[in-house]
Ligand binder design. Structure first.
Ligand SMILES: [Ca+2]
Ligand SMILES: [Ca+2]
Ligand SMILES: [Ca+2]
Length: 487
């Protein structure tokens, strides 16, 4: 388990198909699901209605043992980063294997340096901007095809080490091997995905990819894409932690407009099992009236057992999604966890202690559960300021195969149920006013001492996790939302 600092309080202001390595423009749109919404006038309105064409059936792969990094054994110093939106987590420990140091002057060689790295190698990037002058996707793209290779900055300062695709590379970094670790650098301005994780052709699947302490900025499509190789091989047991995902105003102009007007999002994972998405921050992933962006964190197409916790999502179109569509193709599992259920968009999983907040017009939904079977949604705070005039729902559960448990959330509008979805929905604080929170405008959603409608109003649930300060919900009765109030 990664040891986490209470970075929330340290912020002065807070929130396909596989693409084979080639020169061909990677474009998984043909097999991906377009995020077309039904709006004609550019206003943020209701849900997307889609035909799912993505995904394939697949055999079950049992999750691998946890081989992740254990920062708890490491020095308890926060990441030194000038970017105030970077989560303040402890950096990775020092490399233990072979180390290859790289400077920005070697930017053109970085793809070949990565290609030559053997298992156990750590590629250490010195501070500076890495901008390739090479021509062609295959010469520019950084591809990880060997298991157990790490690439990270020397300084642990993501703001100081920038891999800039400069809108000349479709996919800046692709990962096609297990146990690859990317940490403590910025990757930005990819035409499509800044990072794309997918098994190679002929693989039975890859696992345990770690994205840690990254700044991912301005993806033209989803910032981190995780999907199959198109032949029943999937990506399991990954982690995205302590990272920042930012779309700038300049980046918003470069979003892929076809299909759907706003074909981007934060993390978009298809058929991914056993992932953890924790302690990240997402800012500004939306389009201004040109379509509905995908969620900041989206696991679907038969993803399973995802843990999404302690993330802060500010001014994004949609916060967290499990599932999306009513029917279609999706990963299936040999142990068939829900016999007789025809289509499952997401199996089980937990969404807890996240803060999702917005003041933009284009905020649509906080947590979206669509054909989500067995999901638990606890202790999330979802707040839309009055200026979020397009706001639809803080938590929406939808479609008949959805069975969810939604408790102890604190949200600024009523939870919505549609199309025959089922669930245990109780002990949620709905219609929560901004006055309950310390400073919503700065994304400080700690409870005020006067928040009597939230403090001690929850019910004890298993798997409630820890609040935004790392505190268990055990100070008296649990509080509603992502903060357990301490006097
Ligand atoms: Ca594209
Ligand atoms: Ca309490
Ligand atoms: Ca607290």
């Amino acid at each position: 388990m990664t040891k986490r600092l209470s970075w929330f309080t340290l912020l002065a202001t807070a929130c396909s198909t596989a693409t084979p390595p080639s020169d061909a423009t990677p474009d998984e749109r043909a097999a991906d699901v377009p995020f077309v919404d039904s709006r004609a006038d550019g206003e943020v309105a209701d849900r997307v209605e889609l035909d799912a064409t993505a995904g394939e059936d697949a055999a079950l792969d049992a999750p691998a043992p946890d081989t992740m990094l254990d920062a708890a054994t490491r020095p308890d110093a926060p990441i030194n980063d000038a970017d105030p939106t970077m989560p303040r987590c402890v950096p990775l420990g020092a490399p233990t294997g072979r180390v290859v140091r790289v400077t920005p002057a070697q930017a053109d060689m970085l793809p070949s340096i990565v290609a030559a790295a053997t298992t156990g190698t750590t590629i250490v990037l010195e501070d500076g901007t890495y901008r390739s002058t090479a021509v062609g996707e295959s010469a520019r793209r950084i591809q990880f095809n060997t298991a157990g290779v790490t690439m990270r900055s020397a300084s642990n300062n993501a703001s100081a080490v920038v891999i800039d695709a400069a809108y000349m590379t479709n996919e800046a970094i692709t990962v096609h091997a297990s146990n690859v670790v990317l940490a403590h650098f910025t990757v930005q301005r990819a035409i499509d995905h800044p990072i794309h994780v997918t098994p190679p052709a002929g693989s039975t699947g890859i696992r345990s990819v770690v994205l840690y302490g990254l700044r991912v900025v301005d993806g033209g499509e989803q910032f981190v894409k995780v999907n199959s190789n198109g032949a029943n091989a999937w990506v399991d047991d990954g982690r995205v932690e302590c990272s920042s995902f930012v779309m700038t105003d300049a980046g918003r102009t470069r979003v892929e407009r076809n299909p759907g007007g706003c074909y981007t999002g934060g993390i978009d994972a298809h058929g991914a099992r056993g992932w953890t998405v924790r302690d990240n921050r997402f800012d500004g992933i939306y389009c201004a009236g040109e379509g509905l962006a995908e969620h900041a964190i989206h696991f679907w197409v038969g993803s399973r057992e995802t843990l999404v916790e302690n993330n802060i999502i500010v001014d994004c179109a949609r916060g967290i999604g499990f599932g999306l569509v009513q029917s279609g193709s999706a990963r299936t599992y040999a142990d068939n966890p829900y016999p007789g259920v025809s289509f499952v968009g997401h199996y089980d999983g937990i969404i807890r202690n996240n803060v999702i907040a917005a003041s933009i017009r284009f905020f649509d939904t906080g947590v979206e559960l669509a054909q989500a079977r067995g999901a638990r949604v606890y202790h999330n705070t979802v707040y839309a300021a009055p200026s979020s005039t397009g706001f639809f729902s803080p938590i929406d559960y939808r479609f008949a195969n959805t069975v969810v448990d939604i408790r102890n959330n604190l949200v600024s509008r009523a939870v919505t149920r549609r199309d025959g979805a089922m669930g245990t929905v109780s002990n949620n604080g709905e219609m929560a006013a901004g006055a309950l929170f310390v400073d919503p405008a700065s994304a400080d959603f700690h409870l005020r001492s006067t928040a009597s409608s939230a403090i001690d109003r929850g019910v004890v649930v298993a798997e409630s996790g820890r609040d935004i300060d790392g505190v268990a919900h055990n100070r008296g009765a649990p509080d509603l939302g992502a903060d357990e109030y301490l006097p």
